[in-house]
Design a binder for this molecule. Structure first.
Ligand code: GLA
Length: 384
């Protein structure tokens, strides 16, 4: 029996059950883990530290991955396993195995679980928006489909998934509501309806709106208007998810802090949901000193064989700067989740350019902590 299914059995049997072969670490609960050596323990008095768990980890139940997650983190998000296109690849039939494993693993280790994500324009089968004959759905039919999806998914994990990214990426920086199929068919109340459906099924779950580039003033201004309206009308929204896919020199820290301060002042929970720090040159942001004599391919992927020490330091400095800012809002920040366990599995190796070697996370390709990890441990020891 592999590690995760052992944990599932263990969670079924209850905390006291002894199962031959179960490692000591696998049986560690949150209270003990929090006394352990990892990030979550170091930061526990400020906020939770979470991790996105990949399908690969869930499918292969890689023991090294699971051990690292238990040692360092006290919150988990499914990187892909709960998205509509993955949990219902044909649009209709459910694939529960991966999310069940994740939720069982979290329960066995007293971790806070994020459901990601219920309504999104991406990673959703196009058939969700059409009827059996391929004709586009009308508003009521699509709302019904949304309600059924949310009801089944939130209902299955009621009390075990603690917070949901109810709607992901609904706002376009320049133009307010993104013109997604959800918006185009249902109208601008689709987001509010999604929150109401989720709340009706699990009244205790924390419900979040999640997006990227939350530092962007246009996005902030539009979202603040939506949130004020929701709070006035008792639409059940409890917080915002700030994805925080950032880089060494972006976003502008003042703008980012202004956004976090604004949501905190509104009394909302702030969740940092998908943190990573891109260290590679961004082709969409040409640097002023790009030399025409440099081979563009080499310039775009400068460190295929390892990150130089000087860059490790820059990354550690950047993480320290970011976490110092988070500490100023510790009363409102519920958790900080990293988007991937180690550099080798980060989506940033393939975005915005495919096939590069990136180093955005705290653990290297051998699952060893990087200087940025140690810096955050030191910062916690000094400031938390
Ligand atoms: C967005 C989504 C995540 C993930 C990343 C890219 O941020 O919310 O689920 O797909 O893009 O990995």
């Amino acid at each position: 029996m592999n590690d995760l299914s052992r944990l599932s059995r263990r969670s079924l049997l209850g905390q006291g059950a002894a199962i031959a072969g179960l490692s000591l670490a696998a049986g560690r609960g949150f209270s003990q883990a929090a006394g352990g050596p990892g990030l979550a323990a170091a930061w526990r008095d400020a906020f939770r530290i979470g991790i996105a768990v990949s399908n690969q980890t869930l499918d292969r139940q890689i023991p090294g991955d699971l051990e690292l997650i238990r040692r360092e983190f006290n919150s988990v998000t499914a990187e892909n396993a709960m998205k509509w296109g993955v949990i219902r690849p044909d649009g209709v039939n459910w694939q529960w195995e991966r999310p069940d494993r994740l939720v069982d693993f979290a329960a066995a280790n007293d971790m806070y679980v994020l459901g990601h994500t219920l309504v999104w324009h991406s990673q959703v089968p196009q058939s969700v928006f059409t009827d059996a004959g391929g004709a586009p759905l009308r508003r009521d039919a699509l709302l019904g489909r949304m309600e059924e999806h949310i009801g089944t998914l939130v209902g299955r994990y009621r009390g075990r998934v603690h917070a949901w990214d109810v709607v992901n990426e609904a706002i376009d920086e320049g133009m307010g509501w993104r013109r997604s199929p959800w918006f185009n068919v249902i109208g601008d109340d689709y987001m509010e309806q999604a929150f109401r459906f989720a709340h009706a099924v699990d009244g205790d779950a924390r419900l979040l709106y999640n997006d990227y580039n939350m530092h962007n003033p246009g996005k902030r201004e539009f979202l603040v208007g939506v949130l004020r309206d929701y709070l006035e009308r008792d639409v059940p929204i409890h917080g915002i998810g700030d994805q925080a896919h950032v880089g060494l020199d972006y976003p502008d820290m003042e703008e980012w802090e202004r956004s976090i301060a604004t949501y905190a002042e509104m009394g909302l929970e702030v969740h940092i949901t998908e943190l990573d720090v891109d260290v590679l040159p961004n082709p969409n942001r040409p640097s002023a000193d790009v030399s025409t004599r440099v081979d563009p391919a080499a310039a775009a992927n400068p460190w295929p064989n390892g990150l130089p020490e000087e860059m490790q330091e820059q990354l550690a400095d950047r993480y320290e700067q970011i976490f110092r800012m988070f500490l100023r809002y510790r009363a409102s920040i519920e958790r900080v989740t990293f988007w991937g366990l180690h550099d080798g599995v980060s989506w940033k190796n393939n975005f915005p350019v495919r096939g590069r070697t990136n180093y955005p996370l705290l653990f290297d390709r051998n699952l060893e902590p990087k200087p940025a990890h140690d810096r955050l441990m030191e910062l916690a020891a000094a400031e938390v």
